[in-house]
Design a protein around this ligand. Sequence first.
Ligand code: ADP
Ligand code: ASP
Ligand code: MG
Length: 406
Amino acid sequence: MARIVMKFGGTSVADLDRIANAAERVRREVEAGNEVIVTVSAMAGVTNQLVGYVDQTSKMYDAREYDTIVSSGEQVTAGLMALRLQSMGISARSWLGWQIPIKTNEVHGKARIEDISTDAIVARFAENQVAVVAGFQGLSPLNRITTLGRGGSDTTAVALAAAFKADRCDIYTDVDGVYTTDPRIVSKAKKIDMITFEEMLEMASQGAKVLQTRSVEVAMNHGVKLQVRSSFEDTPGTMVVDEDEIVEQQVVSGIAYSRDEAKITLVRVNDKPGVAAAIFGPLSDGSINVDMIVQSVSPDGERTDMTFTVTKTDLGRAIEVLEANRPEIGYENLLSDDNVVKISVIGVGMRSHAGVAQTMFRTLSEKGINIQVISTSEIKISTLISEDYTELALRALHTAYGLDAQ
Ligand code: ADP
Ligand code: ASP
Ligand code: MG
């Protein structure tokens, strides 16, 4: 007997037939004698629709009400899944975040899970009851509903697996695993059998939305046995594992892209101590994350250009903040461009292999693609390019790193 967490994403519970299909998978695990916690996303498209309602009602919305609204999709699917299981003769009940409770901090819209009570659900395992938990939601210290950020049901699943000391956490989705790059864009993308936590973390944080970044962090910190697999096919999925479990390591494991980027250039800022602090301090005070940064050389020693990226959603606010702080920063002009994409090449093998960056630069140049900003970490190289070249760049890089499926 094992204790397992099964998570079904939006497309896997998109309608009643799909919920029935997912429930069949739950049945198999129950019949194998396992203790099962199911966690579900909202039906595909529902959360977007709810976010749209919020935006149309109020531009400067109260984040607590945003969470009350956008968390509701998961309440529906949790109830439907429990009902479906009951109709199959399986004991099941739904649990909303506040009923367990899944306690989070009070950062509405991107809350972090702090504690999950396990006693009530464990007691029901003794009665062979399946727990169906609404993903994506929790409860703040002030008793308000919180949400965990878009894609947050993955994190619900992994956090449940950690709290309940589950033997496995299976993420069921609309692809049969993690691929070398998004299989919807590059048809030659290959399924990866095993990927390290570190690489998965980079892939997720650089835009591969197959797992929410935070879920990978939690899995890594708690040693959760995490697998991504298909809701629709019975093929083996991708295991996310520690580095020492991988025998044959590739230099480059995957390529991710993020369209959620916007570039800002401050033209001719003062080239003197404190200028970076004057720019990035107010942005950080406004909870605006800055990702890539380049500062150009200053020909006259007095003025320089500063280019950096923020998320597309933060662009408007970032410009407001920079304009409000213009006297302190002292720039001549502010340019912005949201027609950009960040492409990242990821692999732990980069630590011991030279030339990975060069292959990226050469490949993009051969396609006539201009690189606007570059950033690197130990196991990742990212370049910012025009969004118009997303597909071309992904395909060319995929071939250049020898990742194409035969
Ligand atoms: P769910 O609703 O099940 O949570 P998501 O849409 O959040 O599913 O994530 C699955 C999607 O992630 C896939 O349909 C695929 O288009 C996309 N994706 C992006 N990069 C990758 C990758 N490297 N491997 C697999 N899927 C990827
Ligand atoms: N329904 C939420 C979203 O669309 C959470 C999730 O699907 O993981 O972001
Ligand atoms: Mg998802």
